[in-house]
Design a protein around this ligand. Structure first.
Ligand SMILES: [Zn+2]
Ligand SMILES: [Zn+2]
Length: 340
């Protein structure tokens, strides 16, 4: 089968023939339909965060080609499914509790050379962590359930009150997902700060009440208060650059900060600047089967959509070129690889 393979930060991904993944008793082999390119894939590539030979891709939809001998669930060959971005051990207390994100032995699909991702014609997933895609849900939308679930999990962890005043920093796919969840859960005021004009426009389309130009407004909290008369009770950081100290400096008293950018660079911070404001801080990881099921149901009932997250649909052959482009400032949002 063909896959886009990572060989190091100095070189583009290489499209080549690799062997189809072997599956274990609890696994499913999927023929990949669509796979999203995630910002974290690009970060991992740039920071040499994964071993040469890794195949990225943890945001995917596919069709069951083969079932493991002990696969659980109501699955058969030909079913359309999505799966969590990991292969849980299935035996630890977390797994028995379906809290797969807490499994200490989970194999992360697309971030580990031993668990090839879905920039590829086939991908191995676990039946424990797979869900059927309802017929009415488009397979590209199904591949975007993963980033929506990252946002949903963060929203639930922070648990803002209905009518909250929300500030979101960054309008990449996760920032846009936060706009959509803030709207969905009844935030009164949704303000987003972003510096790329095309992304600012997407934030408006996603439903932000006000989009601040981050190039002009260095203190988005001040700008939000000036423009709306309200200060944020919650700030979602969806940028991925070192900015925690900046957040401590600008955050209103007793506000809640949520870091979603998964920044891989270090910064020094002065904790007392946060203590004196009595801030709360949440740094969430992942999502569960429940978030996936909730979102699939909303998509099927047209209570949630993926617009305007998807910017491009490309072929596997185009992946190396687009992946390089994503390393630079760009106008792309969620790029979806069509493997059908
Ligand atoms: Zn992702
Ligand atoms: Zn486990």
């Amino acid at each position: 089968m063909r896959a886009a393979v990572y060989y190091g930060k100095e070189q583009p991904l290489v499209i080549e023939e690799v062997s189809k993944p072997d599956i274990g008793p609890l696994d499913l082999l999927l023929k990949v339909s669509r796979c999203g390119i995630c910002g974290s894939d690009v970060h991992f590539a740039q920071e040499q965060g994964v071993a040469p030979g890794t195949v990225f891709g943890h945001e995917f939809s596919g069709v069951i080609e083969q079932l493991g001998s002990s696969a659980v669930g109501d699955f058969k060959v030909g079913d359309s499914v999505i799966a969590l971005g990991g292969i849980p051990c299935g035996e630890c207390p977390a797994c028995l509790n379906q809290a797969f994100a807490q499994c200490q032995s989970i194999g992360l699909i697309g971030c580990d050379v031993n668990f090839a991702g879905a920039y590829s014609e086939y991908v191995r997933v676990s039946s424990l962590a797979s869900l059927k895609v309802p017929e009415s849900v488009d397979m590209s939308d199904a591949a975007v359930v993963e980033p929506l679930a990252v946002g949903l999990n963060a929203w639930r962890k922070v648990a803002p009150q209905a009518g909250a005043d929300v500030l979101i920093l960054g309008a990449g796919p996760i920032g846009l997902a936060m706009v959509k969840w803030a709207r969905f859960f009844g935030a009164a005021n949704v303000v987003l700060s972003e510096m790329v004009p095309s992304r600012m426009e997407r934030a408006r389309q996603a439903g932000a009440d006000l989009v601040l130009d981050a190039k002009q407004e260095k203190n988005p909290v001040e700008a939000m208060v000036r423009e709306t008369g309200r200060s944020p009770t919650v700030i979602f950081e969806c940028v991925g650059r070192p900015m925690l100290q900046h957040l401590f400096d600008i955050a209103p008293h007793q506000s809640h900060l949520c870091l979603l950018g998964a920044c891989m660079k270090s910064e020094s911070i002065n904790i007392s600047t946060a203590t004196l404001k009595d801030l709360s801080l949440t740094i969430p990881l992942g999502y569960g089967v429940e978030e996936f099921a909730f979102i699939l149901d909303l998509l099927a009932r047209e209570k949630m959509d993926t617009q305007p997250l998807i910017s491009d649909e490309i072929s596997l052959n185009q992946v190396p070129e687009i992946f390089e482009a994503l390393k630079q400032p760009n106008d792309h949002c969620k790029v979806i690889i069509d493997l059908t």
